[in-house]
Structures are given as structure tokens and as C-alpha cells.
Design a protein around this ligand. Structure first.
Ligand code: PEP
Ligand code: CO
Length: 452
């Protein structure tokens, strides 16, 4: 490192996708308040996640990362958190069984509030407005006044994240995540629907395995690993005033840790080598995600990996590829080769959402389930060819029965989209599509196990 890194070093770098706050005094007051509040996550938890991701890197575990595109202040409720958590747990059980490996579970939750946008302005009902940038920055209501960035929103995002985390910690450790409960939810979801018949068989195999273990004396009453789960949080570290204010020194090592979430990631639009986001993320000890889209040059990626993970630590860096089902075959092999040639240690994770967004025939931003699945399948195939481990998936999903992505067993079509299209930003998989995707990925994992 040329100069000593400080949590404020990003301030002299080029900032992308960040708001320019009008009232600097108000901004400073908010930042000072955040600085005096407790961090949301603790260094020991962050280290545990890094160790878990190191297992993914070496092919001994699988990563499931999922949740909202953008969390919202208005939609915040315990039920919403519970439902999303429940679907993630169901998916994890199915993936654990298919892959015969533990699944590292990370929510896009308790902090996923800031959004990069492709344009600074948007036209709503004929009116040109500054773009909505996520509830931590401005308000989604379509008036110029509501779209002005307001620093006070950072305090609300902190409070909501802390309440969400409190509930998630209770759910993961307090009996709610007991494997027998989670499995009975999987079974329930696979009954009834015609298309689920095939998945019911896999769910029944899980029942048999659990019954066998119970007969052998291992059950959730006597085994913590069947009654509790480790659940981590993550978000895009976009709003650096907020990230800096929650950065803390780890009392054990004296090193800086982002206190806003266990893992933070750098978006595809903010990964400039000399930019502010790379500068902030390189200095904190947390596991870092890096979104890799079609515009990323393989040599540039190698350089980014060296900056973000100079000690080549396993579990530190997760490359989240998001090329689109029609572009993955062109781009992924190239970056895998570049990373392998440079002997860099990374987790490979597939985001099959962000490269597959289209406009429906009736004007909705949507994602076809078939394209999402195609990208995941190509991801597995390409890694198999290159001899690398397809470490995980990163999905935008919700526990609610929304109609935002087309396709899936319930065959949502363009005309169904308007009935429950609730997202504040990108289209999410609903509960049934998420579970269906998990079953299909479990099949990929099973064949990986059988071929190894
Ligand atoms: C996101 O994950 O919500 C996102 C904006 O992704 P990307 O940076 O890959 O476009
Ligand atoms: Co998104």
C-alpha cells in the first residue's frame, strides 16, 4: 500500500453513484451520531464468515446468498423478514442434501438499502425526476422534493438494520431454524402443485435421511448443528459516508472492520480500480464481494483481486459473476483462466439475476426464470470444464408470493406481472420460484458430487 489506509481514504478518490448532500452540517451531524452507535456486526462473526467462505473456496461448502434487491422502510415488518429467512433456510436444506456439503447462508438483508442506477434521472408520468437511489438515500415518491438526498435516512436505515439483525439472530439461534421444522416446510411446499411431484421425491429422501439420523440418536434435541444455523448479512457498500461511520477497530487484532454487515460487496458500476469504493473495501477485514459483469477485462480483474486481497487469503474475496445467460459462455472462461494463471484464491459465485433483466411485452422490468436457470447451468458447466469449484449462487428473492419474474412452475406470464408487482427496484424470485431454483441447483450439485 502506497499510503497508510484510513477509513476516510476513499474521500480523495473518484466517487461514483454517490449522492451529493446539500446540507453538509446535517450530514456531519448524522455521521457523528452513527460513529457513536454500536456496530451492527462484530469482528469475531466477520472472521467466522471468512473461515466459512474459505471452505467454499476449497470446495468443502456451498454459498447461498439471497434477499431483496432493495430493502424498504415502508415494507419493513417481522413477517417479511421471517418469510424471506424461511425460504432461504428451505433452499439451504435442499442444497445441502444435493451437494452433500454444508451451505453458508448470507442474506441480502439488514443493510441492503443503497442502489446504483443506470441513469441519474428517470421520467415518471412525463416528469423528469432525479433517480430513486434506495431508501437510505432518497424517497421513492415521484416528486422532486422527495428525491433530494437526505442524510437523516442513514439513521433510519441503521435502526431498521439493527432491528432486522436482532430478529434474524433470534430466528437462527432460538429454535425457529430447527431442521425438522424447516424440512416440514419443504415437504409442504412440494405437495399439491403438479410440477412439484419430481421435487417431492427429493424431499422424501431428505425425510428418510433425517429419520435415519434420529434412529441413530442424532436429532435437534441433542445436536446444535440440527437446531441452529449461522446466518450472515451482506449488502452493497455503496454509500461510503455510512460505511465509514460504522467502521470500527477490531479489539483483538487492531484492524478495521466494516460494522454495517458481515460481508460487503462492490457493485458492477463502482469497481473502478482508482475509485472510492475499491479504496474503502480494500482496507476493511470483512469478506468482500466483487460483482463481475461483461465490461470487466480479465487483466483488470486480476489487478482488482491483488488490490482487494493482497495476501491472497482464502475466503476474503468472492467474485460474483453476472453476465447474463447469453454472455456467460463468452466471458466466464476468460476470467477463470486469468484468475487461475495468477494463482489467485477466490470464491466463485453466480448471480443469475442482473444480466437477465428484460422489459416485458407490457412494460414491466422482469426476468424470465428459464434464463436465470440457464445462466446457473452454464456456470456449473464452465467451472466443471475449467476445473474450478462453482461455489455458490446470489439471488434476488423474497418470501412473498409476488409476480415479478416470469416462468417457474406456476408459469407466471407477462399478463400476470401487474397483479403483485411490489419491488422498489429489480424483479425478485417469489417463494415458489426460489425453492424451485434450489431444487434445480441441487440436481447440478448432485451430478458434480457423482462426477468427482
Ligand atoms: C445488485 O446486486 O442489486 C446490483 C445492482 O448488482 P450489479 O452491481 O451486479 O448490477
Ligand atoms: Co438488483
Amino acid at each position: 500500500m502506497d499510503e497508510v489506509w484510513k477509513k476516510s481514504s476513499w474521500r480523495i478518490k473518484k466517487k461514483h453513484q454517490m449522492p451529493d448532500y446539500e446540507d453538509k452540517d446535517q450530514l456531519n451531524k448524522v455521521v457523528n451520531s452513527l460513529c457513536s452507535l454500536p456496530p451492527l456486526v462484530f469482528a469475531g462473526e466477520v472472521r467466522n464468515l471468512k473461515n466459512d467462505l474459505a471452505k467454499v473456496e476449497s470446495g468443502k461448502a456451498f454459498l447461498l446468498q439471497g434477499g431483496d434487491c432493495a430493502e424498504s422502510f415502508e415494507e419493513f415488518s417481522a413477517d417479511l423478514i421471517r418469510d424471506t429467512f424461511k425460504v432461504l433456510l428451505k433452499m439451504a436444506v435442499v442444497l445441502t442434501f444435493g451437494g452433500k456439503k454444508p451451505v453458508v447462508k448470507i442474506g441480502r438483508m439488514a443493510g441492503q438499502f443503497a442502489k446504483p442506477r443506470s441513469s441519474d434521472f428517470e421520467i415518471i408520468n412525463g416528469q423528469k425526476l432525479p433517480s430513486y437511489r434506495g431508501d437510505i438515500i432518497n424517497d421513492i415518491s415521484p416528486t422532486v422534493k422527495d428525491r433530494i438526498p437526505n442524510p437523516e435516512r442513514m439513521l433510519k436505515a441503521y435502526t431498521q438494520s439493527s432491528a432486522s439483525l436482532n430478529l434474524l439472530r433470534a430466528f437462527s439461534q432460538g429454535g425457529f431454524a430447527d431442521i425438522s421444522r424447516v424440512h416440514s416446510w419443504v415437504l409442504e411446499s412440494t405437495k399439491g402443485e403438479d410440477g412439484y411431484k419430481k421435487f417431492f421425491e427429493l424431499a422424501t429422501k431428505i425425510t428418510n435421511a433425517l429419520e435415519f439420523m434420529s434412529a441413530a440418536g442424532v436429532n435437534s434435541n441433542n445436536s446444535d448443528s440440527l437446531s441452529k444455523v449461522d446466518f450472515y448479512t451482506s449488502h452493497e457498500a455503496l454509500l461510503l459516508e455510512y460505511e465509514e461511520a460504522l467502521c470500527r477497530e477490531d479489539s483483538t487484532t487492531g484492524l478495521p472492520v466494516a460494522g454495517s454487515g458481515h460481508m460487503i460487496w462492490i457493485g458492477d458500476r463502482t469497481r473502478q480500480i482508482d475509485g472510492a469504493h475499491v479504496e474503502f473495501c480494500k482496507g476493511v477485514q470483512n469478506p468482500i464481494g466483487l460483482k463481475c459483469g461483461p465490461s470487466l477485462d480479465p487483466d483488470e480483474l486480476v489487478h482488482l483481486c491483488q488490490i482487494l486481497n493482497p495476501k491472497n487469503e482464502p475466503g476474503r474475496l468472492t467474485l460474483i459473476t453476472r453476465f447474463g445467460s447469453d454472455k456467460i459462455a463468452e466471458h466466464l472462461p476468460k476470467i477463470i483462466k486469468a484468475v487461475n494463471n495468477a494463482k489467485l484464491r477466490t470464491v466463485w459465485c453466480c448471480d443469475p439475476m442482473h444480466g437477465n433483466t428484460i422489459k416485458s411485452s407490457n412494460g414491466f422490468k422482469t426476468r424470465p426464470f428459464s434464463k436465470i436457470l440457464d445462466e446457473v447451468k452454464s456456470f456449473f458447466k464452465i467451472h466443471m470444464n475449467e476445473g474450478t469449484f462453482p461455489g455458490g449462487v446470489h439471488v434476488e428473492m423474497t418470501g412473498k408470493d409476488v409476480t415479478e419474474c416470469t416462468g417457474g412452475i406456476k408459469l407466471i406470464n407477462d399478463n400476470d406481472l401487474s397483479s403483485r408487482y411490489h419491488t422498489a427496484c429489480d424483479p425478485r424470485l417469489n417463494a415458489s420460484q426460489s425453492l424451485e431454483l434450489a431444487f434445480l441447483i441441487a440436481e447440478e450439485l448432485e451430478s458434480l458430487v457423482n462426477n468427482s
